[in-house]
Design a protein around this ligand. Structure first.
Ligand code: NAP
Ligand code: MG
Length: 497
């Protein structure tokens, strides 16, 4: 039996992930279609499971709605305890979880370990959230009336998640929703059904979450995702994924027999601005991490480098030198920094855009042919905001570099996009950085750091086509509860007629 350094026993690995928790029971989905979950690096089949159908969805929603009031009525301490225990379960199973992230999502070890940490943080934060929900007594301009605002869970929350940070991004919605007294029906990405759904469900079950409060329904966006959004039971849909699908989901949510609230975490086009007075060495250090972590498949990853004329040559020289030395290949090797893209269609999309960018007149300074799904790092110079290369998300290890003249030019370029998730600026003058950050049209802006940041008590979310709403800390309370005005008339009222 294995032990951790602190003496605790490492539990036996979870059973094979070929069953789904549906309305309180682990069983195969009802669809005849099978889902093959493959390791994107070597193509090995990790899990095969039976997908869900409409009847599974109805059952899951019904059970969720039935169990939710009892759970909402449990003591906050009891709901919080599930989350603290889930954090402990994650500690005991750290290696098992990290290995799943490497194998299923093609994460290099550094990324998998960071994702483990952020997911663990989400449980710690959720544990603290249960006791932070408060109502209010309100002033009243009416004799004999008492007025209150009550905060209540919304009921059932529908969660649809992506494959890129599967564990963390699923739990970022699921755990606050649950701890605040809701039940959850989750549709994981078909590329990562284990790390985006089945594994977190096992962790929560082991931590003592009562059965039926979390169902995981595997299946495609059209067969499970759309019916979930259209189903009357979920009162909030928390969607994390692309802007195109998010827009479609929003439309469906309004067409559902019961309209519902939306939390949308969508695409990004993060600018990384280097001003004339930047510490270039520091900027390059940050640039490498913020662009190439998880092969660039992060909504906040740098999508455009915007560099002032004055430091352009120095930045480019140092950046290229570092990029040429990045090791790519098997994500399970300790020194690999760039692993595989998630699937063939993502690779094809990236390769098509590389060709378009070359055709538009940009110069490929570093490139290379893919090996399997591993695309070597690419750098483009001579890029302008008029090129398609800078209009959409790369979601690949490709770095376009733009050259600008002065701060205003840099800001205009940074804001010249439909997206507004994250942004970053480098300058030795921190006050100048703050002013610049405040003028960025993004939900998150960082001075002298790279943009891939998510802290459990800081607001996370986007502006413009990057989404609606904020995650983390008290912002999650807003996302997964609703206010009810309750008034009590203590004395008879005199009506005008
Ligand atoms: P995606 O293609 O939009 O898919 C996201 C989820 O939506 C998946 O579970 C997918 O299911 C489901 N889906 C697909 N079509 C649907 C439909 N018609 N109705 C309902 N659900 C549907 O995005 P992705 O490729 O997984 O993730 C990459 C994108 O997510 C990028 O744009 C990235 O920027 C964004 N993202 C944003 C954040 C953020 O916090 N802002 C974080 C991470 C990722 P299937 O897998 O079965 O198709
Ligand atoms: Mg896969």
């Amino acid at each position: 039996v294995e032990r951790l350094p602190d003496g605790r026993f490492v539990p036996q690995a979870y059973p094979k992930f070929d069953l789904l928790p549906i309305a309180g029971l682990w069983r195969p989905g009802g669809s005849t279609k099978r889902l093959q979950d493959r390791n994107p690096y070597n193509g090995a089949i990790l899990v095969e499971l039976q997908q869900c159908d409409r009847a599974d969805l109805d059952l899951a929603c019904e059970e969720a709605a039935k169990r939710q009031p009892g759970w909402a009525g449990a003591l906050p301490a009891d709901r919080a305890a599930v989350m603290s225990r889930a954090a402990q379960v994650m500690e005991l199973r750290r290696e098992e979880i990290v290995t799943w992230l490497v194998q299923e999502s093609g994460s290099v070890r550094i990324k998998a370990e960071l994702e483990w940490q952020w997911a663990h943080d989400v449980f710690l934060e959720a544990a603290a959230l249960a006791h932070r929900v408060e109502g209010r007594l309100l002033p009243v301009d009416m004799p004999g009336k008492e007025s209150q605002a009550h905060r209540k869970p919304v009921g059932v929350v529908g969660v649809i998640g992506p494959w890129n940070w599967p564990l963390h991004l699923c739990l970022r919605s699921v755990s606050p929703a649950l701890v605040l007294g809701n039940a959850v029906v989750l549709k994981p990405s078909s590329d990562t059904p284990v790390t985006a759904g089945l594994l977190p469900a096992r962790i929560l079950e082991e931590a003592g979450l009562p059965a039926g409060l979390l169902s995981v329904l595997a299946g495609s966006g059209s067969e499970v995702g759309e019916p979930l959004v259209l189903h009357p039971a979920p009162r909030v849909i928390s969607f994390t994924g692309s802007t195109a699908v998010g827009r479609h989901v929003a439309r469906l949510a309004m067409e559902s027999p019961l309209i519902k609230r939306l939390e949308l975490e969508l695409g990004g086009n993060t600018p990384f601005v280097v001003l004339a007075d930047a510490d270039v060495e520091r900027a390059v250090d940050a640039a490498i991490f913020g662009k190439f972590l998880h092969q660039g498949q992060i909504c906040m990853a740098v999508n455009r480098f915007i560099v002032d004329d004055a430091v352009y040559d120095e930045f480019l020289g140092r950046f290229l030198d570092r990029v040429r030395r990045l090791k790519y290949g098997d994500p399970d090797m300790a020194d690999t920094l760039i692993g595989p893209l998630i699937n063939e269609s993502q690779l094809e999309k990236a390769r098509r855009r590389v060709r378009e960018t070359e055709q538009a007149g940009a110069r490929l300074a570093v490139g290379g042919e893919p090996q399997g799904l591993v695309l070597p790092p690419h750098v483009f110079t001579g890029v302008t905001n008029a090129m398609p290369a800078t209009r959409h998300e790369w979601f690949a290890p490709v770095a376009p570099i733009l050259r600008v003249a002065g701060e205003e030019d840099a800001l205009a370029s940074a804001n010249d996009t439909e997206y507004g998730l994250s942004g970053t600026v480098f300058t030795r003058d921190v006050e100048r950085g703050r002013r610049f950050a405040l003028r960025m049209q993004t939900g998150m802006a960082h001075v002298n750091d790279q943009p891939v940041n998510d802290l459990r008590f800081n607001p996370f979310g986007g502006e413009k086509n990057s989404g609606l709403g904020r995650f983390n800390g008290a912002w999650a309370i807003g996302a997964f509860t609703t206010d009810q005005w309750v008034s009590l008339q203590h004395e008879p009222r005199r009506y005008p007629f």
